[in-house]
Structure formats: C-alpha cells, structure tokens
Design a protein around this ligand. Structure first.
Ligand code: GLA
Length: 385
C-alpha cells in the first residue's frame, strides 16, 4: 500500500520533475557554454587573454595625418597590452632623407607604451615597400652597389634598433622577402642591390649586433598557403637564419570571412612551432569582402554576424594553440581607420570602399566580434606547455 502510493505519486510528479531537469540542463547548456570572464566583469581584452598571449594593435602617431592617441580614448587603447607602429617605424618615415632621422612619431608610440605598461613590436626594418630610394643609389658594378646598400642598411639598423634597444622587445627585421608563387622576391630593391638573397642574413646580423636580447622576426603574408610557408622554412634553413639571430616568424593574417580555413591556420602555426620558432600573429584583420570583389559595397549590418562567427572560430583556434603563440596583433584599433577602406581589387584607391575588419566599430563601439572573442567557456584550460 505504502509503496503503491509512493509509486503513484512518483508517476504523477515524474513528468514534472523530468521536465524541470530538462529545463535546468537546457539552461546550463545555453548560458553555461558561452559564459565567460568578460567585459561585464570590468575586464579588458588584455585581461581576458592574459593567460593566453599579449594582444596588440597597430597605431598611428600623426605621421600620415591620423593620430590614434588623439582619436581613441585610453579606455579603448587600454584594451591592448602591445603596440605596433602602423607606419611610424618604416624607413620612409624614420629616415626620409639620408642622414636625417625623424624620430618624433616612433618616439611617441614607444613613450605611450611605456607610460601605459605596454610592449612594443618594432615593424619593420628591411622591406621592398616604404623604403627611400637613396638607400639604393650606389653605382658601378654589382659589388659596388651591394657595398653601398649594405653600408646604408647597417647604418640604418644600428641607429634604429640601437635607439630602442631594451624598449622594443621584438622587431620584424625582414618583411615579405618571398614572392607569391616562386622563391625570393627578386624585384625587391634590396635583392637588386645585393644581386642575391644574402641581404636577409645581413639584416638579421645587424639587428642582432644592435640589440643582443631583442626577438627577431621574419614577417610575411599568405603563409597559410602550404607552398609559401614551406618556402619560409626553406629560406630559414638555406640561409641558416637562426645563426644570424632570427628567433621567430610573424604571420600577418590579412584574412577574410571565408579564407583561410581554420585547419590551414592551425597547420601554419604548427609548422613554424615545430621548427623551434617563436610564432606571432602580427597584422590580423578580417576583410568583409572577397579580394577580387572590388565593386561590392555592403552595410555593416549585413556582415556583422558572419564577422563575429569568423572571429569566434579564429580565436578558439588561437586559444587552443596559445602555447605555440607569443602574441596576436590587430592591424588597427577601430573600423574608422583601416587600410582596407582604400586597398581593394589588388590596388590602393583614393575612394573609400567601407570595410569593417576590426573589433571596434566606426563610432568606436564594441562590435559583436568583440563579444564573440571575449565570451568563451569559463574554466576550459588551454595552458602553456
Ligand atoms: C603589409 C605591411 C604592413 C602594412 C600592410 C597594409 O602587411 O607589413 O606594414 O603596410 O601591408 O597596410
């Protein structure tokens, strides 16, 4: 009798109870999985990622008109704990005329970083772009032209790396020395002046001499393509770059909504890491258009969700691989200032084609993408090895 009444009552309450359990579980799943330590708790990006890697942004100090320190409040810049000069540390800005350095803008960036407890990534010393022609004015035989360029390179790197020694923790020593499909970028004025790729070894030697402790990087784009990342490894081995001071590889990461796949990103990080190299993501932004689609113009509302999903997937991947990554830098701070507004269809344009590649919007508001990378499963550990 007693048991029957218990059984009956259980039978009656079971559907209700089981319903409650289902509801409770559903609640846990929907709110629990995406619950994170995040800005609601007063945390900034750099705090949320402190166990993973430093988070950087490229900034301008007025050298091309735009001034990140005037445009963005400390509240936004303070989300990052590393700065890169978007242009202020390129040779054309630092030494536009021979023998006359213009330190003003670079100094401002380094000073701001120091005042605000941030690291500085130096970018970039030896590149085929934004480098003054006078560095290559040597005449005569190949040997003579090489000697001229070599002397200029040494003077330049010694001055720049030496000035910021101990204040800039890593440099992109050589940028984009490899061509798309083939081998070395032979049209680079450095390659032309030297007559071969040995300028890359010199660049690392001079940087190492100027700062024995700095981390020295080779930086390039499209490294997610197997043939190009393999080329980087071949170059490092062929030129024995580690013995010339190289410590790491920078993956630029100018990507878009569908390219590259997460699998290729992971393979790229793995390849460099497995060769004993430090790996950084150095110029991350997500183009909201296809590279070829130069006429498309979209309102932000149409790409907002896809962009957030893409950022979520990419940062899930970065966190999974955080023991292999020593930094992630965005190529800009907010969508009001991005090179992608002017670079489309493979060329620079005066006319703006609005793009939305970053975490903060044109009014500097936090975008869905920001929330997508700050809300991840709490307690899930991807610790450094
Ligand atoms: C390359 C360079 C950067 C920057 C971007 C686009 O990735 O490394 O310095 O010039 O192109 O602006």
């Amino acid at each position: 009798m007693f048991w029957r009444s218990i059984k009956n009552s259980l039978r009656r309450v079971f559907p209700v109870l089981s319903g409650c359990v289902v509801l409770l579980l559903a609640g846990c799943v929907s709110s629990g999985v995406e619950t994170a330590v995040q800005e609601g708790e007063g945390l900034l990006l750099k705090d949320i990622y402190k166990d993973f890697f430093p988070i950087g942004a490229a900034v301008a100090a007025g050298e091309t008109g735009f001034d990140s320190f005037q445009s963005y409040p400390k509240r936004i810049l303070g989300e990052f704990n590393s700065l890169t000069a978007e242009n202020a540390m390129k040779p054309s800005v630092l030494q536009p005329t021979r023998g006359r350095f213009a330190w003003k803008y670079a100094d401002r960036i380094v000073q701001y970083a120091e005042d605000n407890n941030m690291k500085v990534r130096g970018h970039t010393l030896v590149w085929h772009n934004q480098t003054p022609q006078w560095m290559f004015l040597g005449k005569g035989t190949q040997e003579e032209r090489k000697a001229f360029a070599r002397k200029e390179m040494k003077a330049y790197i010694s001055a720049v790396v030496g000035r910021y020694s101990g204040r800039i923790y890593c440099w992109d020593v050589v940028n984009e020395a490899l061509s798309e499909g083939g081998w070395y970028r032979v049209e680079s004025p450095w390659y032309q002046a030297y007559g071969d790729q040995s300028y890359i070894q010199d660049a690392f030697d001079f940087a190492r001499q100027a700062d024995p402790d700095c981390r020295l990087f080779y930086n390039d784009y499209n490294l997610v393509y197997p043939h190009k990342r393999e080329m980087v490894i071949e170059m490092i081995e062929e030129l024995d770059l580690k013995s010339h001071g190289l410590t790491g590889v920078g993956i630029q990461a100018h990507w878009n909504l569908t390219w590259p796949t997460i699998e290729e990103i992971e393979k790229t990080i793995d390849l460099f890491y497995s060769h004993g190299l430090e790996v950084q993501i150095t110029e991350l932004d997500i183009n909201c258009y296809d590279w070829s689609d130069e006429n498309a113009v979209l309102p932000y509302s149409e790409v907002e969700q896809a962009l957030a999903d893409r950022y979520r997937a990419i940062f899930d991947c970065f966190r999974r691989n955080s023991h292999k990554l020593s930094g992630v830098t965005f190529w800009g701070v907010a969508d009001d200032h991005t090179w992608l507004d002017h670079f489309y269809g493979g060329a620079w344009h005066e006319k703006v084609r609005k793009n939305y590649p970053l975490l903060f919007g044109i009014s500097q508001e936090k975008k869905k993408s920001y929330h997508a990378i700050t809300r991840f499963q709490k307690g899930k550990k991807f610790h450094k090895e």
